[in-house]
Design a protein around this ligand. Structure first.
Ligand code: MN
Length: 204
């Protein structure tokens, strides 16, 4: 899994946004990207740096911290930093990779039957997740794909699963653009998923 957050020795820095803040509109507006990436993710990074400082976890990778840290603010913020790195990397303006291909397509067909069934199951999971959290398409150690609902800043990595495609159902991800219409937002996201990026996370 790619991990653009590098330890600088004095803390972790913000991952680069790999497209302009307007690139995902109208699915995700420029205002939402500016708030979500520029303010919310910045806060998670700042809090992560604050809580990791002068602990046994300082200098470890995000993956190590997420699998080893006890429940609490360090784990919560490490999880949210990782979740948001993966989140912002997995989108792109309309591209030719607008649906799963190759190995990922085969995995999806094997574990879900077809792409439409996967989409429906993720939409249902997002609709039924109470409060804030994430719905992930994730890969178990056995290789099997599954859908995992995570509360708040939890991440599939904590459960030894590889996160592939994540839906952020915190209201900050969609409230400006969709108000309370979470289900509509989740359906629209399929238009901007970069499936080549998602496939690059697959263990094959
Ligand atoms: Mn978020």
């Amino acid at each position: 899994m790619s991990n653009p957050v590098k330890s600088t020795g004095t803390g972790f820095s913000m991952p680069a946004l790999i497209y302009p803040t307007s690139a995902l509109a109208p699915t995700i507006s420029q205002a939402t990207v500016e708030l979500h990436y520029g303010k919310h993710l910045q806060t998670y990074v700042d809090n992560f740096n604050k809580y990791v400082a002068d602990t046994e976890f300082e200098g470890m990778s995000l993956r190590e911290i997420i699998t080893q840290a006890p429940p609490g603010p360090l784990l919560n913020n490490a999880g949210q930093v990782l979740n948001h790195i993966l989140y912002f990397e997995q989108f792109a303006p309309a591209s030719e990779y607008n649906k799963p291909r190759r190995n990922l397509k085969e995995f999806i067909h094997f574990d879900f039957g077809n792409f439409d069934t996967l989409k429906k199951r993720m939409e249902d999971a997002a609709a039924s997740l109470f409060g804030s959290g994430w719905v992930w398409l994730a890969q178990e150690e056995s290789g099997k794909l599954n859908i995992v609902s995570c509360a708040n800043g939890e991440t599939p990595l904590r459960h030894r699963m590889t996160p592939l495609y994540g839906i952020d159902v915190w209201e900050h991800a969609y409230y400006i653009d969709y108000q309370n219409r979470r289900a509509e937002h989740v359906k629209k996201l399929w238009d901007i998923v970069d499936w080549e990026m998602v496939e690059s996370r697959l263990n094959i």
